[in-house]
Design a protein. Structure first.
Length: 157
């Protein structure tokens, strides 16, 4: 049996972990002659922290500036890592809850496969923060390939 995909989504947070998943996304896109979509979601939690009211001290740049920075980072990321594919990848930058935006994008664009990294957080951080990848795996309508970065050890819970 041969697996072919027409549309592949690669969510990134620009981390080293995501680069391991990118290798798989690129290879699968080229092997399947698939369209590769690359998405970065600026976590809306940032806007909650930065918008605490007129009397608060700003904790960072305004959301519009963060969105501009995210778009610039995506352009740089593409120049560095998405050259040489059979077809030109498309990029998307949005604001929201990362898992929800990834799933919504996949549904809207009829994505066949999501290829994303796992971060291998510790048990406490995982309980407190959850896992974007885990939420996508549980809720996505399409197949999801998760890629563990090199050097990540599995620890039995």
């Amino acid at each position: 049996m041969s697996l072919k995909f027409a549309r592949i989504l690669f969510p990134t947070d620009f981390s080293e972990f995501s680069l391991h998943a990118l290798e798989h996304a690129r290879d699968l896109a080229d092997a399947s002659d698939a369209d590769l979509h690359c998405i970065y979601v600026l976590d809306e939690a940032y806007t909650y922290w930065s918008g605490m009211g007129p009397e608060s001290i700003p904790v960072g740049p305004p959301p519009e500036e963060m969105l501009d920075l995210a778009c610039t980072r995506m352009e740089d990321f593409c120049r560095q890592h998405l050259q040489g594919l059979k077809s030109e990848p498309t990029t998307h930058v949005t604001v929201g809850r990362p898992f929800a935006e990834i799933i919504a994008f996949a549904r809207r664009e009829h994505i066949d496969l999501i290829v994303m990294a796992t971060h291998g957080r510790g048990r406490i951080a995982h309980m407190l923060l959850g896992s974007t990848t885990e939420k996508v795996v549980r809720k996505a309508d399409c197949a999801v390939l998760t890629v563990r970065g090199s050097g990540q050890e599995f620890v039995m819970p």
